[in-house]
Write a protein that binds this ligand. Structure first.
Ligand code: ZN
Length: 434
């Protein structure tokens, strides 16, 4: 038997940007049956009254490193290269283990669910362990196993890293909520040969790719002086841009010449505006992406470089930064920003027909935002509220494939207090070693 939810408003995030006031969402098992104004509801279904709330699709965070919640706040106020090479990589070498990623991921997923994030594209080590945590906690994800030319916590060389991808693929290839993927770190930590091998494996296994691209200006200038090409051209030459789906995280320093290379249906730039501001990496040229028809989605990056994983905060920030840099209040309207965290993200991971909007036949992945707060009263313009007023803390309930993961702000799929306890215990050990 299905269920009908009655809400104060419902944002479909469909192509027409339909929004309904005094709305219903009808769900049967894992699927959406229908949405619309309350008077048109199916009468046979029992009613769940959430008329204090606004229903929207679950959000996508298309670039993060889930277990890095355990490194949040440890290394601050340093340039990206120093931050990464002198601190984060050595810390990871010492601490990252299956136990570390399990604890860090469970912590990250509690945070994700609380923020209304139902789909995460991750990139890390021991990715199968991370995928198992995603499976246990009922969310969805594209899980990218890391590949690079350095020694990683779960591989000594590229061959072993690629073998990890094969194992991940074998375990999760038929999973309903998890897509196994390959995650070459970046063009500066992977040779052309390694990127080519990643492209070949992506094609062989028919899996998506997620990679960091042109995050800092230094990456662009070093690549230009060494190879006389931009980082995007380097990826193109390696064959990586021809893979099934490719998420190009950051994409801050792409040039005009790069635009035709990335304006392709299988490619998406994943913008991380708060992380880029925090690490002084720069401002991604979102106006150029819009002008050139490049699909853009949003990510937070890991908790060590943001330091929160609230996609509402990214939507807020990217809108304001765009207004400031372009002096233009019309180029990046609210519905377009919300699309980037919902329907466009679903398209980016090849699930546009299944996820990303509240439409009949799609999977029942949705969140309920509690409107009983001074900062959300009265509900004048749902999109304006979503971009400029709502924060992750306003998310009250979360559903994935019709299953309730959080109700009235209580996480139902894990013992949150135990997860926090385990994270605190592990942090004490890490702290002693610093
Ligand atoms: Zn990253």
């Amino acid at each position: 038997m299905g269920k009908v939810f009655r809400a104060q408003a419902l944002v479909t995030s469909n192509k027409n940007h339909d929004v309904f006031f005094d709305a219903f969402l009808a769900v049967d098992k894992n699927k959406i049956v229908d949405v619309g104004p309350w008077k048109k509801r199916p009468r046979a279904f029992p009613v769940t009254d959430v008329s204090y709330g606004m229903i929207t699709p679950g959000l996508f965070n298309l670039h993060t490193h889930l277990p890095m919640t355990l490194f949040r706040g440890i290394v601050e106020d340093l340039a990206l290269q120093t931050w990464l090479f002198d601190y984060i990589l050595p810390l990871e070498k010492k601490w990252v283990s299956p136990e570390f990623v399990r604890i860090g991921t469970e912590l990250a997923l509690c945070e994700a669910i609380r923020n209304g994030v139902t789909f995460t594209a991750d990139m890390y080590y021991f990715e199968a362990e991370i995928a198992r945590a995603v499976d246990r906690m009922g969310t969805r994800g594209l899980m990218g196993a890391a590949v690079m030319d350095l020694v990683g916590p779960d591989f000594k060389n590229v061959e072993q890293a690629l073998n990890n991808v094969r194992k991940l693929h074998k375990e999760f290839k038929n999973h309903e909520r998890i897509i196994p993927g390959i995650a070459p770190h970046s063009q500066y930590l992977c040779t052309m040969e390694t990127l080519g091998e990643c492209a070949a494996l992506s094609k062989e296994l028919d899996i998506p790719v997620t990679i960091h691209l042109a995050e800092s200006k230094r990456e662009l200038t070093e690549m230009l002086s060494k190879n006389e090409m931009t980082p995007a051209m380097y990826l193109e030459k390696s064959g990586l841009l021809k893979c099934k789906q490719v998420l190009l995280a950051h994409s801050v320093w792409l040039t005009d010449e790069d635009m035709p290379l990335v304006a392709k249906p299988n490619l998406s730039v994943v913008l991380n505006p708060q992380c880029n501001a925090k690490l002084a990496s720069g401002i991604a040229p979102v106006h150029k992406y819009i002008k050139n028809g490049v699909r853009f989605a949003l990510g937070t990056d890991g908790a060590a470089s943001n330091n929160n994983t609230d996609i509402f905060a990214e939507m807020n920030f990217i809108s304001k930064i765009h207004h400031l840099t372009e002096g233009d209040l019309t180029g990046l309207p609210g519905p377009m920003v919300f699309d980037s965290a919902t329907r466009k993200s679903a398209e980016a991971v090849g699930l546009g027909d299944k996820l990303g909007s509240l439409e009949p036949g799609k999977e029942a992945d949705f969140i309920i935002i509690d409107l009983k707060s001074p900062h959300l009263t009265p509900l004048t313009n749902p999109y304006a509220h979503l971009i400029y007023s709502v924060t992750g803390a306003d998310v009250e309930s979360v559903y994935v494939a019709g299953k309730c993961l959080m109700k009235n702000r209580k996480i139902l799929v894990a013992d949150e207090s135990k997860i926090l306890e385990r994270a605190n215990r592990l942090w004490k050990k890490i702290q002693k070693s610093l």
